[in-house]
Write a protein that binds this ligand. Structure first.
Ligand code: GAL
Length: 390
């Protein structure tokens, strides 16, 4: 009996060592990229929307400086992310090479500079053979590139999906997940395959965020089509793993104030990553105030990590709601129409009874205790964003 028990425990021990006793699900989560990262949606800046391929170490350094001097960092923004075009070739050993003309000091020196400001650095690559701008992709170099990024001190990597014909996104992004996990550094993993093969279904066990659509641009039409189409994806988001409706266009001047307010409000209610995409070195006061509105950011960064959803719609009018950790609700009254319209929030629409205390977060104004409903004038393409509490 005694020998039997010893034999049994030896077998159990060997099974544990082999890892074969761990159910498949646990094995997946064990390999996933630093799950403690991105407990709230990542906040930072990315070069693409404003600068496209016109990136350089000077731009990145000046942007890091501006992140501090404008109060963006104090408001919560921390990642400074270089998008496509920083890389030009591979060396004889297959190591990725940064453009020596645009990044003469190299990415490691840039990471040191950015870290010296208390910020974090991100880079971009592609899971296919080439990036979208035809720079070397990471296909077949997943471990090598993840190791390189870790050695440079990179904190965030966005991985695109151009030139990936015939490849399966779940398979390729899982390779990256494992390569990043092995790299020895905590690196936020941003999957950018534009919603191909429904990344929300496999993204949560693979990366920290995944793009759900094609690219945004600086127009109300494109921004609103993307933002309002996120309804239904809320069940896939939560701390450590987020739907990504693409980066912000606030401050790039293609939309007016009401339209940019809609952009910020919707992204906050969606618990979307907030990656500014404008020139932080030359912001108007209006843009800065919009990007750093602490009450809107608090909705996005709420610790519950719930993504909001549509509660009601009628023609061009929509009411969205995001539950917050303290039991309050963030509410967006959106007017997608072409003229100013009234929207009535009947508290039953958001599952509330009796009276609610309302606050207008853009106006920084308490509206008082309201009975049963609240009616607001909402401008064309605009929003009234509220916090409702008991
Ligand atoms: C797109 C991506 C953009 C940007 C661009 C760079 O595929 O969605 O956000 O990264 O590539 O070429």
């Amino acid at each position: 009996m005694r020998i039997c028990r010893r034999a049994l425990s030896t077998i159990l021990f060997m099974l544990v060592i082999a890892g074969s006793w761990i159910p498949a699900e646990t094995q997946n989560s064990r390999a996933s990229t630093s799950p403690q990262l991105a407990q709230t949606p990542p906040m930072g800046w990315n070069s693409w929307n404003k600068f496209a391929c016109n990136v350089s170490e000077q731009l990145i350094r000046e942007t890091a400086d501006a992140m501090i001097s404008t109060g963006m960092h104090a408001a919560g923004y921390q990642y400074v992310n270089i998008d496509d075009c920083w890389q030009v070739s591979r060396d004889a050993q297959g190591n990725i090479v940064a453009d020596p003309a645009r990044f003469p000091s190299g990415i490691k020196a840039l990471a040191d500079y950015v870290h010296g400001k208390g910020l974090k650095l991100g880079v971009y690559t592609d899971a296919g053979r080439l990036t979208c701008q035809k720079r070397p992709g990471s296909y077949d170099h997943e471990v090598q590139d993840a190791t390189t990024y870790a050695s440079w001190g990179v904190d965030y990597v966005k991985i695109d999906w151009c030139h990936a014909e015939g490849l399966d996104p779940e398979v390729q992004y899982t390779k990256f997940r494992d390569a990043l996990a092995q790299s020895g550094r905590s690196i936020v993993f941003s999957i950018c395959n534009w919603g191909v093969n429904a990344p929300w279904t496999w993204g949560p066990k693979t990366g920290n965020l995944w793009r759900t659509t094609g690219d945004i641009n600086d127009t109300y039409d494109r921004m609103s089509v993307i933002g309002f189409s996120q309804n239904g994806l809320e069940k896939f988001a939560g701390p450590g793993h987020w739907n990504d409706p693409d980066m912000l266009e606030v401050g790039n001047s293609g939309m007016n104030r009401n339209e940019y307010r809609t952009h910020m409000s919707l992204w906050a209610i969606l618990a979307a990553p907030l990656l500014a995409g404008n020139d932080l070195r030359n912001m108007t006061a209006e843009t800065k105030d919009m990007l750093t509105n602490s009450e809107v950011i608090a909705v996005d960064q709420d610790s519950k990590g719930a993504q909001g959803r549509r509660m009601w719609d009628e023609g061009p009018l929509e009411i969205w709601m995001k539950p917050l950790a303290n039991g309050s609700r963030a509410i967006g009254l959106f007017n997608r129409g072409e003229s100013s319209l009234k929207i009535t929030l009947d508290f039953k629409m958001i599952g509330a009874t009796g009276s609610l205390k309302l606050r207008d977060v853009w106006e920084h104004q308490d509206l008082g205790q309201m009975e049963k409903s609240y009616t607001a004038d909402v401008p064309k393409h605009g929003v009234v964003m509220l916090i409702a509490s008991k």
